[in-house]
Ligand binder design. Structure first.
Ligand SMILES: Cc1ncc(COP(=O)(O)O)c(C=O)c1O
Length: 373
């Protein structure tokens, strides 16, 4: 039988490595109880209002999506204020889908995109998908973006700079003064993507306010996700905010009916669920504080995080072995090689019970393996 022709360019696109599933680890290790702290999901489930909205929309499952998209965009516009309208928003099948649309829209004809080495891997993967060159800039020793080096990497063929704040996997933010500095130097032909998927967890008042630059008409695209603080990772809803012109242009890369009304109505309902949003945020902020002190007690080097995860660098035993020993005890964490960090693991904040069990497991592993902690 003759084999179909494979596209050699497509074969250069790295596969995205997702966090390991509970089912996979349960089957592999024969464990009853698994604690998944690997994919930055909500530790407190989804908003009851969102679930109810999704269930109600199920009676429309036989119809193509119709109302959800514009309703959600209008709701977001009203919430954001600043004179934004629904035309400043584009909804995607998760923020990942918007990253795909943006990269497809701007990476053509020998373009290059600038990004950090340790950041969300999809920027690099999508740049390769659309035949662009990835210019990868190492983080500074303090784990922040090296904005000067990113600026220096820009040339006439640069299309996009991907910034992420808080950055996945470090949890570090871009401050207002750093962003102002960057924006005062970045050339006008470059699209600046501010991936703010973890924005709801930021407590540091010095965090950059990127929306102001959209108001000023600059080429900034802000990304947000309903997968994290809104607890709807399985439903796949994200959005971008940008000038009406950029939004309209990016719309050309949108696939019809990219997100279901079931998901869109749930997302819209989650915005109004103050009780859930408060519980979710409190749980994460308390858990983040707990991790900070528990990791310090264990003499671990943890990067101060503004997101719902914490990265531990150079852990005793090394990241690969530590990840494996944790799996054997039923704790799934993320080893960060595919995120561009050697010898580091990322732990998502769980419920307080899960966080405490995790810290206890680390302690026991270090004791059993005879490493000082
Ligand atoms: C920085 C960053 N951007 C985007 C995404 C994708 O989010 P979504 O689930 O909305 O596609 C993630 C998910 O992990 C992320 O960490």
């Amino acid at each position: 039988m003759t084999k179909p022709r494979f596209n050699p360019d497509l074969l250069t696109v790295p596969l995205y490595v997702a966090g390991r599933s509970i089912q996979e680890i349960r089957e592999k290790y024969g464990l009853e109880k698994i604690v998944k702290l690997a994919s930055n999901e909500s530790p407190v489930g989804s908003s009851p209002l969102a679930i109810q909205a999704a269930l109600e929309m199920m009676t429309e499952a036989h119809r193509y999506p119709g109302v959800g998209d514009v309703n959600l965009r209008r709701k977001l516009a009203a919430r954001f204020g600043r004179g934004f309208t629904e035309n400043n928003f584009l909804i995607g099948n998760g923020a990942t889908d918007l990253l795909r649309m943006i990269t497809q829209a701007f990476t053509f004809d020998g373009g290059n995109n600038v990004m950090a080495d340790a950041t969300f891997p999809m920027y690099r993967i999508l740049t390769t998908t659309f035949s662009g060159e990835s210019r990868i800039i190492p983080l500074l020793p303090n784990h922040r973006f090296d904005l000067d080096a990113m600026l220096a990497a820009i040339d006439d063929d640069t299309r996009i700079v991907f910034l992420c704040t808080p950055n996945n996997p470090t949890g570090m933010i871009i401050t207002q003064s750093q962003f102002d500095y960057f924006m005062s130097r970045v050339p006008e032909h470059v699209i600046v993507v501010m991936d703010e998927s973890y924005h709801d967890y930021v407590t540091d008042p010095s965090h950059a306010e990127s929306l102001e630059y959209i108001e000023q008409g600059r080429n900034v695209i802000v990304l947000r996700s309903f997968s994290k603080a809104s607890g709807l990772a399985n439903l796949r809803v994200g959005y971008m905010v940008a000038s009406a012109e950029l939004t309209e242009y990016a719309r050309h890369a949108l696939l019809p009916f990219n997100t279901s009304d079931i998901a869109l109505c749930a997302a819209a309902a989650s915005i109004d669920d103050d009780e859930y949003n408060e519980l979710q945020r409190k749980t994460v902020l308390n858990g983040r504080d707990y991790f900070e002190s528990a990791f310090a007690d264990l003499d671990l080097q943890a990067i101060p995080s503004q997101a719902n995860f914490v990265a531990i660098v150079s852990p005793p035993l090394g990241s690969a072995r530590l990840t494996e020993l944790l799996l054997q005890r039923g704790f799934i964490v993320r080893e960060l090689t595919t995120f561009g960090m050697k010898n580091a693991v990322r732990v998502s904040v769980g419920t307080m019970e899960e966080n405490m069990a995790f810290a206890q497991a680390l302690k026991l592993i270090f004791e059993t393996e005879g490493v000082a902690a």
